[in-house]
Structures are given as C-alpha cells and as structure tokens.
Design a binder for this molecule. Structure first.
Ligand code: NAD
Length: 355
C-alpha cells in the first residue's frame, strides 16, 4: 500500500492512471491538478467515492502550495503528468507551455528534492520521481525503417515538444546533479476513453456522429505510433513501482498508422457500431475533408519499446483494432462526458469537492 502523488490526474492519461491504480491496487492517490481547460473532474467520477483518493486543485507553478501538499501527503512515489499537451495550441500560444512544462516541472523537481532530502534512509532510497514525457522530443524519423530508442538524440519540432524536451533535460539533471531518484518515460500517441475532443481520434468520432466534416491535415500521410491509454497507464505503474532510478523507458504499441488510415478505420467501425447515420449521409468516410497541413508537421514517429518489454515485462494488451473498437464504442455510449466538454459544463463543480 503506497502513497502516490499524481500531477495532472484530471487529464486524459492522468485520470486513466488514477483509475487503474485505485481499481487494481490498495495504494492511496493524491491528485494535484490546476484544472486547465484539459482537466475534467468527470474523468475521475469512477473513483470519486474511493476513500483512498484525494483531489486538490493546485497549480504546479505554485511552489508554496506544492510544498504544503507534499509535506502533508508524504508520497513514496510521484508521477508527474501535468502539462500543456496540445501541439496546435502550442503554436498559437507557446507561453503557457513554457510556464507549465518547463517552470512547472522545475517547481515539481525542487519541491520533490527538498522533501526527498529530508526522508530517512530506507524511504529515501525507495523514493521515485517519475516524469511522463512524449516521443515527440525526438523529432521525426526520416525513413520508414528507423525507430526511436532511449538513446535517440533529441530534435523537437514544435513549441510543445521543445518544452517537453526541456523538462526531460531538467529531470535528468536533477538526477545527475542532486541525486534525486528519477525515471523518465517517453511514450507514443495515446487514444482511448475520456480523450479531450480536440485530439484527432475523439474529434473524428464526435464529428462523424454529428455528420460534420472530418478534417485531415495535408495528404493524411503522417505516421503515428498509437497506444491504448489503459496500456500506457499499466506501463506507467509498472515503471514507477519496478523501474530503476536514473533510467529512461520508451513506451509504445508497435501500431504505426497513417492518419488517413486511422480515420478510415474509425469510419468503418462507426458503420458497424453506429449504423443510424445523420440524415442524408451514405457513408461516414464521405465526411473526410483535406485541410492545409500544420507548420513543422512531423512525418513519422515510431517507438522501439523493447527495453521496457525486456527489463520490466510490460506488453500492451490491446491491438490497434481492439483498442479502437473499445474507444469508438465508449464515445458512442458516453455522450454525456463529451457533450459536457463541448458545452462547457465540465468546468463546473463536480465530486462534491470545494475547489
Ligand atoms: P492532458 O492535456 O489531457 O492533461 C493534462 C492535465 O494537466 C490536465 O488535467 C490539466 O488540468 C493539468 N495541468 C495543466 N497545467 C497544469 C498546471 N500548471 N498545474 C497543475 N495541473 C496542470 O494531457 P495528457 O494527454 O493526459 O498527457 C499527460 C502527460 O503525458 C503530459 O505530460 C504529456 O506530455 C504526456 N504524453 C501524452 C501523450 C498523449 O498522446 N496524450 C503521449 C505521450 C506523453
């Protein structure tokens, strides 16, 4: 029974991590999240009544608040997921990304370091600060055969990936310089339930259900490596509980797909799972519409997840096909969650908590 502090636990991946930990272990979880536009307490509804779960609305840039929460909770493990995470938003307004992803991570590291330094020896050596990052720090791959490994040099392209790369460097520096026991994980694109509707897969499902156009950047030939979010959540728990301090682990699903193929897969699943189409629509794929490509758009990402498979025994449970089927089905059967996001009501008070 561990005490695990999770930042960004009201977000897409953070909430999956919290739901996973509380449903499959006896651990206690404290979530710190500032509830930015991407934070949604409805994603934590399944655990809201669990006595081992606590939520606190905290901005990770607020060092005094962090120190107070860390001192009160006395975490054995910290999983740091809070971040600004949407590439298009980082192009329109990079400052929030610099603040949360770089300055916020610095505040987390300093808070964790001072707390860790005060721990007695056995707890000190068992402590882990786990920083959750992305494969986008590596830039893109020039050919169709290479994979990102843990030693691939960093070459970020967008303000988002540049700020995540910066935070990865800070975390490793705190290990080398101060000895803080850290682990970094770099993961490929996630998809699954509770995914914020600005991201490719939920956007396409929701637009298709409403008979709206499905916008595809450029030729749709950008290749991403997709991982079902619950597989990522299991991997993160495996890493933070059994991984080695100072190490980096790449996490991916070996599911490389072109964006256009992802969208066509979605359309085929919708034909089967939601055959009652909006009036006048013959096939969901008729909604696919080409739009101008994003500046600096990376062409191909692909992860070599061999190290975490070999050393920690983690493997994804879902194939791309099974994960996509679960995802499409979840969005069809949970319209209240995404309609709450679309109409803004998700920003109201939930969980009976005073925010
Ligand atoms: P998300 O945008 O869905 O959630 C981010 C969460 O962080 C939100 O709940 C938000 O309220 C919170 N947050 C933002 N700024 C904060 C601040 N200053 N203080 C406290 N909380 C703050 O993101 P996600 O998709 O769940 O990603 C989580 C982490 O995983 C990020 O670090 C991201 O870089 C990384 N990652 C994401 C993917 C992916 O495909 N989504 C892939 C690999 C890695």
């Amino acid at each position: 029974m561990r005490r695990i502090l999770v930042t960004g636990g009201a977000g897409f991946i953070g909430s999956a991590v919290v739901r996973h930990i509380l449903s499959s272990t006896q651990d206690r979880v404290l979530v710190l999240d500032k509830l930015s536009y991407a934070g949604n307490l409805a994603s934590l509804d399944p655990v809201a009544d669990n006595p081992r779960f606590t939520f606190k609305k905290v901005d990770i840039c607020d060092r005094a608040a962090l120190d107070a929460e860390v001192a009160a909770f006395q975490p054995q493990l910290i999983m740091h997921l809070a971040a600004e995470s949407h590439v298009d938003r980082s192009i329109d307004g990079p400052l929030a990304f610099v603040e949360t992803n770089i300055v916020g991570t610095y505040m987390m590291l300093e808070s964790a370091r001072h707390y860790w330094a005060s721990l007695p020896a056995p707890e000190k050596s068992a402590f882990i600060f786990h920083h959750i990052s992305t494969d986008e720090v590596f830039g893109d791959l020039e050919n169709d055969t290479d994979f990102f490994t843990e030693t691939t040099p960093y070459a970020p392209s967008s303000p988002y990936s540049a700020t995540k790369a910066s935070s990865d460097h800070l975390v490793r520096a705190w290990y080398r310089t101060y000895g803080l026991p850290v682990i970094v994980t770099n993961c490929s694109n996630n998809y699954g339930p509770y995914h914020f509707p600005e991201k490719l897969i939920p956007l396409m499902i929701i637009n298709a259900l409403a008979g709206k156009p499905l916008p595809v950047y450029g030729d749709g030939g950008q290749i991403r490596d997709w991982l079902y979010v619950d597989d990522h959540a299991r991997a993160l728990y495996q890493v933070v509980t059994t991984g080695k301090a100072g190490e980096t682990y790449n996490i991916g699903g070996h599911n490389e797909r072109r964006n256009i193929d992802v969208i066509e897969t979605l359309c085929a699943l919708l034909e089967e799972l939601a055959p009652q189409k909006p009036r006048g629509l013959l096939y969901y794929r008729d909604l696919i519409t080409r739009v101008t490509d994003r500046p600096g758009h990376d062409r191909r990402y692909a992860i070599d997840a061999g190290k975490i498979e070999r050393e920690l025994g983690w493997r994804p449970q879902e194939t791309f096909e099974s994960g996509m089927r679960k995802t499409v089905s979840w969005f069809i059967h949970n319209p209240a969650w995404w309609q709450g996001v679309l109409d803004g009501s998700y920003r109201g008070e939930r969980l009976g908590l005073s925010l």
